[in-house]
Design a protein around this ligand. Structure first.
Ligand code: PLP
Length: 401
């Protein structure tokens, strides 16, 4: 590592809270599907800021909208009607055909907070039921605020030391419909699921289980919330991952790539549920501000115009085909390849730390989940050649592993 890097890390370790395990890499600039470190070394970005930079870094069309809107209106708050925000809601809801209203916020965790609050308030104030319980799945990840970390179906450092945790959250075993049926009761406000568990190691829900979850919710009269914070916005090969499964959730949350790197989230709900929010019940200062909404609106336009869902399906399948060949070529090294569209997990049979490092040394940045799963979440505009070059590098690394 260079002296520039060492000096920066030393300053960072002095002034920043140490809550992140960071890669030994300092990024100074990023353009398209490439990132550059302090010494100008180039990396292929297969992580996209954790499924955020879907349209590439510094996308020129988005930069133009950002500049134009910044001169027009940056922020006035939700005490006012704002044309860009309404426009965005119309466009975003049109991609779902099932959802009627949107609430804009600043992150994924906040979108899930909004969903949890809406589900509880709907039960109490529309249905007059004392039902506040939220059931999530083992292995899930829903955020880091107190409510969303409690909802998260993982243990360890996510929850450790933050007690007392809020009440009213339960975790159901992954993929077990009968166990879920037994847990859902008159006290349940909602079941919240991810269609593909991202932080959980890229685990798609089995189709029959997903169908059963919706049936169980309908039978019990509780709501179905789908957390599409990572899977939404074309990532999995459809605009929304629940569309692969033929589900009709009552509430859907999204964030990550909504404004391609500007902090933005949204909670969308069906009309009968959304009416539980009345003035004074939920709010945020920045949500859906001018620049955020204008950029997100352009993001949705580009996704539809360029059929990025179709592209994610096609390019994702090409990448998986190349990686599957490695599974045959290196028996006993790749346990399983999972994913949907451009959300790809390669589970190794051994600790992946060295492989992850070797990929970085060769100029490929991806994520390592749970120590063994190489997780690829590249920009949706990534050239297939970059993914094939990644597969070639992995081939070489596995040969030597
Ligand atoms: N839900 C899911 C499925 C996520 O993947 C994440 C973030 O990784 C979150 C919620 C939390 O989003 P944020 O980090 O924007 O709060």
């Amino acid at each position: 590592m260079s002296s520039k890097y060492d000096a920066l890390v030393s300053r960072a370790n002095t002034v920043l809270c140490q809550s992140y395990g960071r890669y030994p890499l300092a990024i100074e600039k990023a353009v398209g599907c490439r990132m550059y470190d302090l010494d100008g070394r180039e990396y292929v970005d297969l992580l996209a800021g954790i499924a955020v930079i879907n349209l590439g870094h510094s996308n020129p069309e988005l930069l133009a909208v950002m500049r134009e809107q910044a001169e027009q209106l940056i922020h006035v708050s939700n005490l006012f009607y704002q044309p860009r925000q309404v426009e965005l809601a119309e466009k975003l809801l049109a991609t779902t055909t099932l959802l009627d209203r949107a609430f804009f916020c600043n992150s994924g965790a906040e979108a899930n907070e909004a969903a949890i609050k809406l589900a509880r308030r709907y039960m109490r104030c529309v249905r007059y039921k004392d039902a506040g319980e939220i059931i999530t799945l083992e292995g899930s990840f829903h955020g880091r605020t107190l409510a969303t970390l409690t909802a998260t179906g993982q243990g360890g450092r996510i929850k450790e030391g933050f007690e007392p945790l809020p009440e009213g959250f339960r975790t159901a075993p992954f993929g077990d419909a009968e166990a879920l049926r037994a847990m859902v009761s008159q006290k349940t406000a909602a079941v919240m699921i991810e269609m593909v568990q991202g932080e959980g190691g890229v685990l798609p829900l089995p189709q029959d289980y997903a169908t059963a979850v919706q049936e169980i919710c309908r039978e019990a009269g509780c709501l179905l919330i789908v957390d599409e914070i990572q899977t939404g916005l074309c990532r999995t090969g459809k605009f929304w991952a629940h569309q692969h499964y033929g589900l009709s959730p009552d509430i859907v949350t999204v964030a990550k790539g909504l404004a391609n790197g500007l902090p933005m989230g949204a909670m969308m709900a069906k009309e009968y549920v959304a009416k539980a929010f009345v003035p004074g019940t939920h709010a945020t200062t920045f949500g859906g501000g001018g620049v955020l909404a204008a950029v997100a609106s352009k993001v949705v336009d580009i996704m539809v115009r360029d059929d990025l869902a179709g592209r994610a399906a096609k390019v994702g399948a090409q990448a998986v085909e190349a990686i599957r060949k490695l599974q045959d070529k290196h028996p006993g090294k790749i346990k399983i390849i999972r994913g949907l569209g451009l959300m790809i997990g390669i589970e190794l049979t051994f600790d992946g730390g060295e492989v992850h490092k070797a990929l970085r040394d060769r100029g490929f940045v991806c994520n390592l989940a749970h120590g063994r799963v190489l997780r690829l979440l590249p920009p949706l505009v990534i050239p297939v050649e970059d993914l094939l070059a990644f597969a070639a590098a992995l081939d070489d690394i596995l040969t030597k592993a």
